[in-house]
Design a protein. Structure first.
Length: 150
């Protein structure tokens, strides 16, 4: 059986993977370099009868994801650098409430915060910010479930 193959950008692959995985609601706000995710979702989510909303801000987008996921939707958002900084409080709320959500953090090639000096700010934000709590909790839960199996 021959599989269909096609070439796409990394951001488009993230969006297509989310759609194929059953993402039912996407809420985002445009910020480079992740704009292709929003464009792909806008084009394809509505065709499949799913929800796409371009929020008025990064804060609004994460809170929409939080609410939709709490209501049972498979919700997703994406952002980059300062956009993730703006979403940190909402990410923390979701982690504290054990609300599942998908957040794609498209990291910029440089420092990400407007400077031209080399840095690892995007890396530190991802590994030491609120997102880490969610990943750590997920890993702990998987280990706990594995230990409980009979």
């Amino acid at each position: 059986m021959k599989q269909e193959q096609f070439l796409m950008k990394g951001n488009e692959a993230i969006a297509e993977a989310a759609i194929r995985a059953g993402c039912t609601a996407y809420f985002g706000y445009p910020i480079t370099p992740q704009n292709e995710i929003i464009g792909y979702m806008a084009k394809n989510m509505l065709d499949k009868g799913r929800i796409f909303i371009q929020a008025e801000s990064e804060v609004a987008a994460i809170n929409m994801v939080y609410g939709a996921s709490a209501a049972g939707a498979r919700a997703m958002t994406s952002s980059s650098s300062p956009g993730i900084s703006l979403k940190q409080e909402g990410i923390s709320y979701a982690a504290g409430a054990d609300i599942p959500l998908v957040l794609a953090n498209v990291v910029r090639g440089g420092p990400g915060l407007g400077s031209i000096a080399p840095s690892q700010s995007d890396y530190f934000q991802s590994t030491r910010g609120a997102v880490t709590a969610i990943i750590s909790a997920s890993c702990w839960l998987l280990r706990a479930c594995r230990n409980v199996r009979t």
